[in-house]
Write a protein that binds this ligand. Sequence first.
Ligand code: NI
Length: 201
Amino acid sequence: MRGMKHARLIRIAFASLLGLAVAAGIAWWQLNTASRMATSGLPGLGGPFTLVDHTGRTVTQADFGDRLRLMYFGYTYCPDVCPTELSAMAGALDRLGPAAERVQPLFISIDPQRDTVSHMKDYVVLFHPRLVGLTGTPEQVQAAAKAYRVYYAKAPGGGADDYLMDHSSFVYLVSPAGAVVTVFPAKTTPDAMAEGIRARL
Ligand code: NI
């Protein structure tokens, strides 16, 4: 009788300990997940890149100091979407005033065949004095686009040098460490973009 009571007590104690361990495990997992989200931003999006800027210098994601990166992938021959988005980025920076110094706008070509370094140099100044144009080898561009899950392809029906590019259109706000913290969909207004950037400055 006494032995059975003892065994029952041990079973209850064991079950309680097991319950505590499970609860502690869940709490740890939740904390861990929350902190991972806070430090890495949108999981699986973004990453390091190596490209060539519009002055011919090879640069990586790490070359823009402690500024937030405001990034857009497109091409200089784009008739409408790219100019609209680059203008929105410039407009957002204008609205930020002096705080815009803490943001680095980047335009990454997905058409390296035509977007040469000198062509990028002539193009970026049309939008913002601090806009950096990035191009590179087809492989470098492909790797950068893949990291940001950017779709791009030559549109059917064009010639060898006269063609349109199909491409996804998002403006990415990226931390100095390379984490994507905000994605602005196409047609975000300069006001909304400025507000989104200010929230991260
Ligand atoms: Ni475009």
